[in-house]
Structures are given as C-alpha cells and as structure tokens.
Design a protein around this ligand. Structure first.
Ligand SMILES: NC(=O)c1ccc[n+]([C@@H]2O[C@H](COP(=O)([O-])OP(=O)(O)OC[C@H]3O[C@@H](n4cnc5c(N)ncnc54)[C@H](OP(=O)(O)O)[C@@H]3O)[C@@H](O)[C@H]2O)c1
Length: 344
C-alpha cells in the first residue's frame, strides 16, 4: 500500500552552501485522513522559489515562522483533492497550495487566519498540471501583476529585465513584447543570453558576467529605461537606476543577489536619479493580488494557447530531485521555471 513520502529538514544550510539531498531526511508515514473542514491533496508536482532558501536557513520569512529541523520542507505544489470534508472542495478538484515536499498533504480550507492567501483552486486545469506552478501560476502572476499593474507599460517603452532567463523574468520579457515594448534582457552567461534572444524573443541580451553591463545598458538604452523589472537587486539594480528615463518605473520583484548575505550590502548609490528623472521605484508582493488570480490566469492561458507566450518549465523528476531543482535556481544552472514532477 502506498505511503506518504517526505523530505524533512535534517539541518540548517550554511551561508553560500549548495542545496543538496544531504540537507534532508527521507521519511515515510501513513497517508493522513482529513478531519472536519479539511481535505487531502495528492501532490503531482512541486514548484521552486528563492524564498525557500529562508526556510533552509531557519530564518523568519515574514509570513512563516522559521522552519525547524525535522519539519517537512515547505513549498508550493499542485495536486488533486482525493478526499474531502470541506464543502468547497470535492474529490477531483485541482489545487495549487502549500503542500510541502511530500506526496500527500492535509489542507485546511479556511484561509481567514493566514497572513496571505495561497490556496488556489484551479478552475481550468491545463496539462501538464505543473504549468499551474509556473507559466500559469505563481511565476506567471508575479510577471503579470508586477509588469502590468506596477509598471504600466505602453507600446514603445524600453523595458529592462534582470534574471531574464529565470522563471519570472522570462515571462515578464514575453508579456512586455506582447505589449509592444522594446525588451532588453540581462542574464548570466552566453548560453542564457542566446536563449533569451532566440527563444524568449528579447531585442537585446546582456551577459552581466561579461563585465560590460554599464556600457551595454548605456548603448542599448540611449534614451533611458522606461521600466526596469528587478529580480536581483545589488549592482544590477544600481546601474539600472543610473540609466532611468524621465518618469521611469523600477519594479522591485526580488533581490536574489543580496537577500541571503549575512551582512546586507550598502544600498543603491544611484537612487538620487529617481529625483532628477521624476521616476519611481515600487515593490509588489504577488499574493496581494490573490483575488485577481483567476482573471490573470485567463489572460495568461489565452496567450499560451495561441502561442504568444511560451512556457519555460524545466522539469526535474521525482521527490528526491527537489533539492537539485532548487539548487539549479540559485546557481542559475538552467534557464526557465524549475518544477519537480513527482512522476506518480
Ligand atoms: N515580489 C513577489 O511577489 C515575488 C514573487 C515571485 C518571485 N519573486 C522574486 O523574483 C525573483 C525571480 O524569482 P524566480 O522564481 O523567477 O527565480 P529565477 O529567476 O528562476 O532564478 C533566480 C535567477 O537569479 C539569477 N541570479 C542568482 N544569483 C544572482 C546574482 N548574484 N546576481 C544576479 N543574478 C543572480 C540566476 O540567473 P542568472 O544565471 O541569469 O544569473 C538565477 O537563475 C526572485 O528574486 C524572487 O525572490 C518575487
């Protein structure tokens, strides 16, 4: 009889340590039974997110308490409701939610006490279902709301996207192109730059590891940057601020280059340019848009179905491959959105 298989945190990660299977204990338990107001989800696939490094570090992640040793690794997954004692969820429903790195999870349908709502019912499931963790899920929503609601692009805008070969970045670049913008993508290494040009369709690609980012930004954006979509922070954000156009918008999505450093680096030096360019820099949090996910999903799905938006999922296979998938995200090993198909 099948049992619930899990990856539990065996110890906290050290600074700059790679994410590996050694950090976890593999455990097995009986499949749990849902109580009143709960339902049981059989996970099909797991997503990855930079936020998971905070869990591995045992750090307070603002919306969750630190992950203790022995707990199941926290993470988002997509799966099917297979048994329910909740009036709003029935067997066969597809959901994306915080499943953790395990085969089965009990979900409490009541989100009223959660600081952020993350339990999402999928009304029009698309195959493969892991698309609802990436292109048609959290990555897609971050790209969609960050660019369209915070950035408010208009045709002809010059949009610069950092971590452009990553999950969110590769979707931002495509949506910006759909809106008639000129897109400059920043990525690490010649292979990723070729990929964002040939597959994602950016107008220009800049390899930030080549050492000429400042010159290339000035060359490709002679009239300045109208929208800078930032996934990385640090030096790249600073150079983008230096090159803002009048009334430019810097959208702060993430800061992966500095977020997990023990000592926070000095802040951007070029923020004075926000004054001279009457520009604005604004952060956003994708889960604040939870109530609008269904509308966004419908737009993303429409573009996806007509081939205007390509999905970039890079699929890893099996629960034990989850650490490798997450490591790939941090080390920038592969392009696209990293998901783990549990292959069950
Ligand atoms: N605000 C929100 O609500 C929200 C929601 C989702 C995600 N996020 C944030 O959005 C960003 C992208 O997330 P994602 O899931 O799509 O991850 P991702 O872009 O697929 O993966 C991260 C990428 O960042 C790049 N990177 C890593 N270290 C770097 C460094 N030191 N300097 C420059 N680039 C570096 C790597 O690409 P290269 O190989 O090109 O360096 C890596 O592939 C993250 O910062 C995440 O925290 C925010």
């Amino acid at each position: 009889m099948e049992r619930n298989r899990q990856l539990r945190l065996a110890r906290h990660i050290k600074e700059h340590e790679a994410v590996s299977l050694d950090l976890f204990n593999i455990t097995e338990e009986d499949i749990p039974t849902p109580g009143e107001g709960q339902f049981l989800v059989k996970t099909e696939a797991l997503g990855t997110s930079p936020a998971q490094r905070a869990y591995l570090m045992g750090r307070d992640s603002r919306f969750h308490p630190p992950l203790a040793i022995g707990e199941i690794m926290r993470g988002r997954g997509v799966g099917q409701v297979i048994s329910s004692c909740h009036p709003d969820f029935t067997e066969g429903d597809m959901v994306a939610c915080s499943t953790g790195w395990q085969y089965y999870s009990i979900q409490d349908g009541d989100q009223s006490k959660s600081p952020v709502k993350t339990l999402q019912k999928i009304h029009q499931p698309q195959t493969p279902h892991y698309l609802h963790l990436g292109t048609l899920g959290a990555s897609g929503f971050a790209a969609y709301f960050g660019l369209l609601d915070v950035g408010r692009p208009v045709a002809g805008d010059v949009v610069v996207v950092s971590a452009c070969a990553g999950g969110v970045g590769s979707l931002v670049a495509q949506i910006a192109r759909l809106k008639g913008c000129r897109v400059i993508g920043i990525a690490g290494g010649p292979e990723k730059c070729a990929w964002i040009k040939d597959v994602i369709g950016v107008d220009e690609a800049i390899d930030y590891k080549a050492g000429d980012l400042a010159d290339k930004l000035a060359q490709y954006c002679p009239d300045g940057i109208n929208i800078y979509f930032d996934n990385v922070g640090g030096e790249i954000l600073d150079l983008a601020l230096k090159n803002m156009a009048l009334k430019g918008r810097a959208i702060i999505c993430g800061l992966i280059s500095t977020e997990y450093e023990a000592v926070a680096p000095p802040g951007p030096r070029h923020y004075y340019n926000l004054i001279y360019k009457r520009a604005r820099m604004e952060g956003f949090f994708v889960w604040d848009y939870f109530a609008e996910f269904e509308a966004a999903e419908s737009d993303l799905m429409g573009w996806y179905k007509y081939g205007d938006l390509i999905s970039t999922e890079k699929v890893y296979h099996g629960l034990e491959s989850a650490p490798e998938a997450l490591q790939s995200l941090f080390a920038g090993i592969a392009a696209g959105i990293k998901v783990i198909d549990l292959d069950r």
